[in-house]
Design a protein around this ligand. Structure first.
Ligand code: PMT
Length: 393
């Protein structure tokens, strides 16, 4: 595949050399375009030597005389990858500014756009960058979150260029869109639920919705129509998905049951609160020195009710947030919810469960067969899960 690698002026620009080489090792043709400020860190000659292709900087660069490179390259590209992407370049991409070769190429290309921001953590959480993030993601761009750790300026936080293998994996995911789920509807429950105690407080849990968002993205990339019934989650869902926002378990149950008859797949990844306050106060409960007792009622089993409302033949996959792995508990969940398979998720593991970027699951099927995944990004895991389930149909 043909990738335009746009490099902007971050200290991480030097990492784009390894990125270009690794993408070439995967069989891609890589053409590099630098912004002016990237040249403070790396040079066109370096990328030309690494890729064997001309490297563009100026809007009017024309390696083939008489052919407008910004149109030629843009038309031929299968992916425009901007890595590292600075706050300045992100803002320009978000607003359609085309005042240098890189941003002009991005505007002129119909290929998918992937950005890999890398900058100081305070800059990364600034309103302008967050706004650019919202605009670009709403437009369907792939936004790879930077890693958290020590950055070049000495601060610690989110802003580090992610490991090369993570970027290459995401690129492969975007370029390997398939139609394995074409014509199928995938219904996903995602995120936490919030169960009101009074008008100011609620019971909830740590689910960020990252796993749900990854499953939605994977199913879309495999050609499915995707509906997500989403609790109040932090992770952004892809705009191509139909999103039904809910707050409580009862609302989630109602919407899942309503949508289930039209689904070919139901995936329950939401961390539904098992209990809700019996009589939430309409006002604000006052502080007192006396102990406060809350009576809790069990919530409905959202997934079990959705599966019961679905057509025969609908594939249903649940997630089981477990500490350890008790075969009887797992068999009980599979049976009670009438699932085709359950993904056992050890949420006590390192970086495997709530809020983490990575995850690891063991998928258990109805006949007792089990297959364990590697620990990988939630995005890779989501693809793995659908592929495993499809290979058993
Ligand atoms: O959102 P992240 O931060 O990315 O974290 C991901 C995750 C850890 C939340 C996810 O990977 C996960 O494990 N989700 C399942 C959480 C859970 O509620 O597990 P459970 O074992 O309690 O429930 C089993 C299944 O029944 C789940 O599919 C759950 O959605 C469903 N359920 C549970 C209770 C209930 N009242 N209704 C349900 O539908």
């Amino acid at each position: 595949m043909r990738i335009i690698l746009g490099v902007s002026g971050s200290v991480a620009a030097y990492r784009a050399c390894d990125l270009a080489r690794e993408l070439m090792r995967q069989g891609h043709q890589v053409r590099v375009c630098l912004t002016d400020s990237a040249q403070n860190f790396v040079t066109p000659a370096l990328f030309e030597a690494l890729t064997g292709q001309p490297c563009l900087v100026d809007t009017f660069d024309e390696p083939d005389r008489g052919r407008m490179a910004h149109i030629d390259w843009a038309r031929a590209a299968d992916l425009v990858l901007v890595a590292p992407a600075t706050a300045n370049t992100l803002a320009k991409l978000a607003h359609g500014v085309a005042d240098d070769m890189l941003t002009t190429l991005a505007v002129a290309s119909q290929a998918p756009l992937m950005v890999v921001p890398a900058m100081n953590p305070t800059m990364y959480s600034s309103p302008g960058v967050l706004q650019a993030r919202g605009i670009l993601m709403d437009r369907g761009a792939e936004w790879l979150e930077p890693s958290t750790g020590d950055v070049a300026c000495g601060e610690n936080g989110q802003g580090k260029f992610p490991p090369i293998e993570v970027i290459v994996h995401e690129v492969q995911e975007v370029l390997s869109r398939s139609n394995q789920l074409a014509g199928q509807t995938v219904l996903i429950s995602s995120g936490p639920t919030q169960e009101p105690i009074d008008i100011a407080r609620y019971l909830t849990n740590r689910s960020s919705g990252k796993m749900g968002a990854a499953l939605a993205r994977a199913a879309l990339r495999m050609g499915a129509r995707v509906i997500v019934v989403a609790g109040p989650q932090r992770a952004r869902l892809p705009v191509e998905a139909e999103i039904i926002p809910v707050q409580t378990a009862i609302e989630m149950r109602d919407r899942m049951v309503e949508m289930a008859p039209g689904a070919d797949w139901i995936v329950g990844v939401a961390a539904v609160a098992d209990y809700r306050p019996a009589s939430p106060s309409l006002g604000k409960i006052r502080r007192s020195s006396e102990p406060l007792q809350l009576e809790l009622l069990p919530n409905p089993d959202v997934l079990a009710e959705a599966v019961a409302a679905a057509r025969p033949g609908t594939r249903a996959i649940g997630f089981a947030a477990e500490v350890g792995d008790d075969p009887e508990v797992i068999a009980g969940k599979l049976e009670r919810k009438n699932l085709s398979a359950i993904a056992i998720n050890d949420v006590a593991g390192a970086e495997t469960g709530f809020e983490s970027e990575t995850n690891q699951i063991t998928l258990q099927f109805r006949d007792g067969e089990r297959i364990a995944s590697e620990k990988m990004s939630k995005s890779a895991l989501a693809r793995w899960l659908f592929e495993q389930a499809l290979s058993r149909s």
